[in-house]
Design a protein around this ligand. Structure first.
Ligand SMILES: *Cc1c(COP(=O)(O)O)cnc(C)c1O
Length: 371
């Protein structure tokens, strides 16, 4: 039995899906479940969401195959596409929809013989400059892709924002313009299938980006993609979302600590008073970051207490204070609806995306259907 626990509230997940749908009522929804559903457990989350969504989206072929092996039948988009020729037979066999972002992929598709054409997503680089065809080359490559017999027509169109979380930056507006210019330049609208631009940031702040399919990840899990200091948008709750994850463990020892004594590896913290220290079964081996600053809060019986000393692989120390009434076995919460992961991200300088995604398999995931 694990003691570090990732509690996943499935009703909150359902609430968030419904909110996404209400915000973009005419859109289809691709639920992004890559990276183990941002730490929430990919297969269970996918199974739970399957009936409520139009697509699942993952980053890797391996993730898509895990979903298929678990019996998940929803259409799956592979956001990073495929990399090798021998991936193609798997795409066909498991009806997976890759993103096509480079000429090498088009060359492989040209040679491919399929019994059933593959549904694909043509990736336009509208300004992220990570994956995708540059706007000035895109028409040419789009037409090459159209000539592949192995590719289903019309071809879907996808792009991704680099700064949708920065509300006062012009990048998102100009990326939308590049997207629309490409569509106009193609001339014939009927050669484009579905269009998809918005991830969580787009969905929550840029309604001009909605198009046919929205692709929220972080928002589904009830977490805000914006800065913690963005008024009205800094936490999932402020956006009307419900945080899905509670990360918690238990006090496994309570110890006396005298004024002036150091604690833990490197003795990086010394107590200013006689106090009591709680030792918690959570560490970087469970995915809680080692580099967090002393003073980062946890919740014990609803009260905030500071982490002191260096986070170890298996344990974290907390200053319970001289008058502590806590007991071994008390729950210690690292984030939940009362201690938002966005606040921990802000305090530690580690984004909420990374805090969620770095949790390891030693932390046990438990699913609950109540608030
Ligand atoms: C990860 C990812 C998403 C989801 O992003 P969120 O910010 O978590 O909503 C959507 N689209 C692409 C291409 C991605 O890589």
């Amino acid at each position: 039995m694990s003691i570090a626990t990732i509690e996943v509230n499935l009703l909150a997940l359902k609430h968030n899906i419904n909110l996404c749908k209400a915000q973009a009522p005419n859109c289809q929804l691709a639920a992004v479940v890559k990276a183990n559903a941002y730490g929430h457990g990919m297969i269970e989350v996918a199974r739970f969401l399957q009936g409520d969504i139009d697509y699942l989206a993952v980053a890797r072929l391996s993730e898509a195959l895990q979903l298929r092996c678990a019996g998940v039948t929803a259409p799956i988009i592979i956001l990073a596409g495929f990399f090798h020729h021998d991936n193609l037979s798997l795409l066909e066999r498991y009806a997976l929809q890759p993103v096509i972002h480079c000429p090498e992929q088009i060359a492989m598709l040209h040679k491919l013989k399929t019994t059933r054409p593959l549904t694909v997503w043509f990736k336009l680089d509208t300004g992220m400059h990570r994956l995708g065809f540059r706007a000035e080359d895109a028409i040419n490559y789009f037409q090459q892709l159209q000539q592949c017999a192995s590719v289903a027509k019309p071809i879907n169109l996808i792009s991704h924002f680099c700064n949708a979380d920065l509300l006062d930056q012009p990048d998102t507006v100009s990326q939308i313009a590049v997207f629309d210019d490409f569509i106009s330049a193609l001339g014939d609208r009927s050669c484009i299938g579905l269009q998809s631009l918005a991830a969580s940031g787009g969905q929550l702040a840029w309604s001009a980006s909605y198009r046919d399919v929205i692709r929220p990840g972080l928002a589904l899990y009830g977490v805000s993609p914006f800065s913690y200091h963005e008024i009205g948008k800094g936490t999932g709750a402020q956006l009307g979302l419900q945080p899905v994850m509670t990360l918690k463990s238990e006090l496994i020892a309570i110890r006396k600590q005298l004024k002036g004594e150091g604690i833990g590896y490197g003795q990086i913290w010394h107590s200013q008073r006689d106090t009591q220290i709680g030792v918690v079964a959570m560490g970087y081996g469970d995915g809680y970051p080692r580099n967090i600053p002393c003073g980062t809060p946890v919740l014990i019986n609803g009260q905030r207490k500071p982490i002191v000393g260096r986070v170890a692989m298996d344990m974290i120390m907390v200053d319970l204070g001289p008058d502590s009434q806590y007991r071994i076995g008390d729950d210690v919460i690292f984030w939940n609806h009362d201690l938002p992961v966005e606040e921990i991200a802000d305090l530690t300088g580690i984004s909420a995306y990374e805090l969620l995604t770095r949790l390891t398999s030693r932390a046990q995931i438990v699913y609950k259907k109540c608030i």
